[in-house]
Design a protein around this ligand. Sequence first.
Ligand code: SF4
Length: 344
Amino acid sequence: MWFSYRRKLSHGLVCAKKVSFPALVNALQLIWSFFRSRLLKRPLISGFPWAISIEPSGLCNLQCPECPVGAGVLTRKGGMMDLQLFRKIVSDSGRQLAHINLFFQGEPMLNNHIARMISYAQANGIYTSMSTNGHHLNETRCMELIGAGLTRIIISLDGITCESYSTYRKGGNLNKVQNSIRTIVATRKKLGSITPFVTVQFLVFKHNEHEIPELIEWCRSEGVDKLELKTAQFNEFGQGLVQPPTNSAYSRYTLQPDGSLTIKGTMRNHCSRQWGTAVVAWDGRVAPCCYDKDLEFSPGDASKESIKAIWRNRNMDQFRHKVLNNRASIEMCRNCTEGRNILF
Ligand code: SF4
């Protein structure tokens, strides 16, 4: 939900400016190869990732129960991405890359190079977005992000009272996050900048769904550009500490009579992400998508070879082949909403 048509239009114009001719041609190639692969049931790839999610930090300051970092269930080590590695990934990606999302797992603002990363991506004409829990956004750091040219910032605010907020954001501080939102909006105004577009993201659970009307009013009054009500993914490690909302419009699951959850929609043997985007962890290892949080299916290491070479290597092709022919055999794909409502 956008709060202002003018801001929505400016965002559209900023996006359009970031799409270079090579990026446009690349996007068309990706669409074409996705549909050909679907028809022929074998991976045919032309083009390279148009968007990459890069993990600036594999560590976090909070302990959210449905997040594998917060719950402490990842087997891979946490750490901070090196600036040199970030630059290598961007320059290896070439002009086909149109969007970098500075987030995979962990809290990106813990990386002290974050503004330099954004600045480098912006200098290469790339749209940059970042998701944060909003605990490290004082005025100085907001000025750094705005000065670096960050296009869009997504701040998690999963409650409008301290009680509901801290039910999920364990270790978090609601007042701090609300102040961060005010600070980024005020600093942007002070610097006379259009960007970043400020999105508040609200994960909807049973304990906070009743707060949505109040949240809408709060966001509107604080000058937030957009509110995203997001369905939550539930995992076994979450231990039932939070539950899906009763309003099924905000849930990706259907509650069964025995209390179990079934993901909505019909799973089909395809996944457009494998024909469009890539994910790179803080140490350079690539994941086929953001659901592979522990890098179980990593096809290669972007610190050792180029992301383009990995995108077309044998491991990626084998993974795509599996998705096209037996997606249900991959556990993470069974708990994923991707492509479930697309017939073809
Ligand atoms: S979990 Fe599977 S279906 Fe979902 S995005 Fe990843 S590869 Fe695609």
